[in-house]
Design a protein around this ligand. Structure first.
Ligand SMILES: Cc1cc2nc3c(=O)[nH]c(=O)nc-3n(C[C@H](O)[C@H](O)[C@H](O)COP(=O)(O)OP(=O)(O)OC[C@H]3O[C@@H](n4cnc5c(N)ncnc54)[C@H](O)[C@@H]3O)c2cc1C
Length: 237
């Protein structure tokens, strides 16, 4: 039941120049079932009973068998996404360093639309600016990036260290690359929070890409159980 081998190396574009790639993976739905059955030294009992057991485990929050499946991603996203993602302590990360690698002129995030501040909620956005207003904001942003990058380069040329010269760059907007590893249990926790309507649209795009492009095809039974017992419950809560 090795669904995942074809997925390793698959890269999916997210946001205007970001992406997410599955670098490696260990385990499948059956690995979860077999981990649970080690309790009584048993193994697979065929598709019907195996699937039923997996649904039972998720429904009743027997979470550790889901930790037997691991996902390792390589992600390219703006720092504002990194900052939110890195709060998930159950992941292991390694990230690009602006101390080693100079930033490039095209490393900045340009949103395709300008969301307005929500009136009903202090952290969320709702609706979009008018097209003309959006075009003005995008032009101002391009100008801002250009000037920041020129200041950054001028500092580097004066011999300022990369670790300090980068303070000229707009920090939240820079595209960053990192490697992130977690297990299926903690990945479901991440997706539940970060696909939710309260999460910022940019990180939602990555969480949704993980779900549809990697999680569902790699763990089809777990994905259905997750929809049924976690996502559906969350929506109605
Ligand atoms: C919509 C949204 C808005 C947010 N707004 C803010 C904000 O304004 N300010 C802010 O600072 N953060 C904010 N966060 C981040 C949030 O507080 C969490 O840090 C983040 O979602 C990671 O969740 P987590 O701790 O459950 O996940 P993980 O760190 O992956 O941990 C998973 C689970 O492991 C357990 N765990 C891990 N570490 C510990 C520990 N040290 N002690 C006890 N249990 C532990 C907990 O049960 C936890 O739920 C926001 C998150 C979301 C989704």
């Amino acid at each position: 039941m090795a669904h995942h081998t074809a997925l390793i190396g698959k890269r999916v574009p997210v946001l205007e120049k970001g992406w997410i790639e599955l670098q490696d993976m260990m385990g499948d739905d059956l690995a979860i079932v077999n981990a649970a059955r080690v309790s009584y030294l048993g193994e697979s009992k065929g598709t019907g009973p195996d699937k039923k057991l997996l649904f039972y485990l998720l429904r009743n929050r027997h979470t550790t068998p889901f930790e037997q499946v691991e996902f390792k991603f390589r992600v390219r996203a703006p720092v504002l996404v990194w900052w939110q993602w890195a709060r998930h302590r159950t992941w292991s990360f390694n990230a690009q360093s602006g101390r080693y690698t100079p930033f490039q002129e095209n490393d900045f995030y340009f949103p395709t639309e300008w969301r307005r501040q929500a009136q009903s909620d202090r952290q969320m956005s709702e609706g979009r600016t008018a097209e003309e207003e959006g075009a003005e904001l995008s032009a101002a942003l391009a100008d801002h990036y250009e000037r920041s990058f020129a200041l950054y380069q001028a500092a580097l040329q004066k011999g300022v260290a990369r670790e300090l010269a980068r303070i000229f760059l707009p920090g939240f907007s820079l595209f960053y690359t990192w490697v992130a590893k977690t297990d299926a249990h903690n990945l479901m926790h991440f997706m539940n929070l970060r696909m939710g309507s309260h999460a910022q649209e940019e990180i939602r795009a990555y969480a949704k890409a993980i779900y549809t492009e990697f999680f569902c095809p790699a763990l089809p039974w777990t994905a259905v159980a997750f929809e049924r017992y976690v996502l559906a419950k969350h929506k109605t809560a």
